[in-house]
Design a protein around this ligand. Structure first.
Ligand code: EZ4
Ligand code: CO
Length: 402
């Protein structure tokens, strides 16, 4: 079953997405997400200029072989651009394999390990009252787990909190916007947010929070400790994870569970974190971590150490990635939770899909393959529109992690 056509579709139905569409000689098609927020065209070029010429003519059934052909064959290993491009090919090949078998992808991954996939919503408020209102509306929608971000007194903007009334979307047109950050202001304020939320909503709700890589290890340890009374489901990315051993220091001081890895692109990025049990949830995703094939290996390593999955699922991961993630999450035994940030209506129209949300859980549906397609005519109506992630500086003007 030869691959006869491979096309990269770049579209901007509200935000930019890069999608790979493969076609076999029998006319079966498969999709893979290749979106790397703010660096989209680098992946499109990597696919168009370097991988797709070698993909045409290959046997679509040889997923594992194709993965290693592009990973080892590049000589230059890993990195978000390379691994997103390989992920797109891998995801599309799994889509094709499942369509040919006539089953939803999760059936090829071992079948369902659970009835449905627990997802968490985003609730963002400019201040404490706004955060409480946002959590209440997520609860009304049926979510059982909610990530809460809140404006910090004294800071004009912060990660996760939209400036206006529109849903949060960090990539912006024009030049990158600049945020100002104070770890001191944040560390003082953040326990007050979760104290208030527990007082308002009680014990049952799962509460999550994203620190977004901004603290030093000892600051992160202090925040984890200060949040212990409020029993978070997780504290995410408390410190940058390039230095995996940094998490030893956090672990020594707090039992607040830790999630890490949305920017990871390979099993080597999380090897020490997992093997030393320095984290509880691994957030690597299908699109940025080498596709279904590689993510399954990360999950298998994590399973040995009782680390569970918590895949990234922000809006910059396309509905193709969400579908793949739901098949993965439904089937993998050590699933923990899946992030869910609903896409805009225009994005959902460009990517018609079978997955559903009900009562805080999602299901990938029973259509053969991933259960997601792309409306190419509609996609063509939304040309690429460059957008940038913000840059963060501390209050004295020093560039800081965003
Ligand atoms: O900032 O996906 O947990 N979710 C996140 C995201 C990331 C964006 C970056 O493209 O941290 O909102
Ligand atoms: Co995050």
């Amino acid at each position: 079953m030869r691959i006869t056509d491979a096309r990269v579709i770049v579209t901007c139905p509200g935000r930019n997405f890069v999608t790979l569409k493969l076609t076999t000689e029998d006319g079966v098609t498969g999709l893979g997400d290749a979106t790397l927020n703010g660096r989209e065209l680098a992946v499109a070029s990597y696919l168009n200029d370097h991988l797709l010429p070698l993909l045409i003519g290959r046997d679509a059934r040889r997923i594992e072989d194709t993965w290693h052909y592009f990973y080892k064959g590049a000589y230059w290993r890993r990195g978000p651009v390379t691994m997103s491009a390989i992920a797109a090919i891998d995801t599309a090949l799994w889509d094709i394999k499942a369509k040919v078998a006539g089953v939803p992808l999760y059936q090829l991954l071992g079948g369902a390990s659970r009835d449905a996939v627990l997802v968490y919503a985003h609730a963002n408020g400019p201040d404490l009252d706004g955060a409480v209102r946002a959590v209440a509306s997520s609860l009304d929608l049926g979510y059982k787990a909610i990530r809460v971000q809140c404006g910090i007194p004294g800071l004009s903007s912060t990660y996760g909190v939209p400036r206006g009334l529109q849903p949060y979307e960090p990539a912006e047109k024009g030049a990158p916007s600049e945020h100002r950050w104070s770890s001191e202001a944040y560390i003082t304020f953040i326990p007050k947010l979760f104290e208030r939320l527990r007082a308002e909503f009680g014990d049952e709700l799962h509460l999550l929070h994203d620190v977004h890589h901004r603290l030093t290890p000892i600051e992160a340890a202090r925040v984890g400790k200060s949040l212990e009374p409020y029993r978070l489901f997780w504290m995410e990315d408390p410190t940058p994870a390039e230095l995996q051993e940094a998490f030893r220091l956090i672990r020594r001081h707090t039992v607040t569970p830790i999630a890490v890895g949305e920017v990871f692109n390979s099993i080597f990025d999380c090897q020490q974190l997992v093997q030393e049990q320095l984290v509880d949830y691994i957030r690597a995703t299908v699109v940025h971590a080498g596709g279904i094939t590689h993510l399954r290996k990360i999950a298998a390593l994590a399973e040995l150490y009782q680390v569970r999955t918590g895949c990234h699922g922000a809006t910059d991961l396309s509905p193709v990635c969400m579908a793949a993630s739901l098949h993965f999450g439904l089937s993998v035994h050590n699933f923990g939770i899946q992030e869910h940030m609903p896409h805009t209506a225009e994005t959902d129209r460009v990517f018609p899909h079978e997955y559903t949300f009900q009562d805080g859980y999602m299901h990938p549906g029973e259509a053969p393959g991933l259960g997601v397609e792309i409306d190419e005519e509609l996609a063509a109506e939304y040309p690429y529109d460059p957008a940038w992630l913000p840059v963060n500086r501390t209050v004295d003007g020093t560039v800081h992690s965003w």
